[in-house]
Ligand binder design. Sequence first.
Ligand SMILES: [Ca+2]
Ligand SMILES: [Ca+2]
Length: 265
Amino acid sequence: MSLSVITLRCSVKRAIVAMALENEHLDDGIKSAIHSRNRVLRRKIMTADISSAHRRVSAPSRLRDRSAHASPWRRLCVGAGLTGALAVALAPTPAAATAKLGNGSFEQLDITPDYFQNFIIGESIGTWQVSAGSVDLARTNFWQASDGSQSVDLNGGTDSPPGGVRQTIATRPGESYEVVFSLAGNPGGLPTVKTGQVLVNGAVVQSFSFDISGATKANMGYQTRKVRFTATGLSATLEFRSTTSSAYGPVIDDVDVDRCACSSP
Ligand SMILES: [Ca+2]
Ligand SMILES: [Ca+2]
């Protein structure tokens, strides 16, 4: 018996029994018969293949423990209903979804077949906006990405001040968030150590550096970096900015933001 059928049958039976028993015009003898019928149904379920039906329902131990003390009838009904209940419980809540930023891997704006493209302040790379100077969006045929095919050099050309990218995400005031990203450096030129910052709402939450010694375009040597912040409002603007004066800056990719049960920084 499928879980949906079990759920429907349990719901209908419960509804019919409840309606009948609450009908003050119903003869007491009939109500007694309904009670008896309910017991028969309960016995039928006890002798049916309840265990296999119940095993098909995956439930957190807390819920399983609670249902273990209930009657087989209730265990079956509760178990069948868990499919829907768990779907609700495990679905991303609006608050969880708010932490998600878009285009964390810089893949939205596909620049195939270009090796790289320059974007100046005010221009968009998917959901990111260039916040300073200019940046270069590079593909794997120019250098290795950390994730997917594209990554961003936070420094554009030699005639441009250090660049940056930013986007605003929805947040919950007082809750902590963790930013995780991949960091490397443009190995095409000096300086050897690339520097930059992570900012939230314009305030620096992390200064980072990356030494390109030994790195090549085929093997960029990406490192995972993390930084935490506590939201102060219903949104936060996350920004990555280069502090390197060169056309060869820090390279970022695979950015992700999630709520965390942590303190910041
Ligand atoms: Ca990428
Ligand atoms: Ca560049």
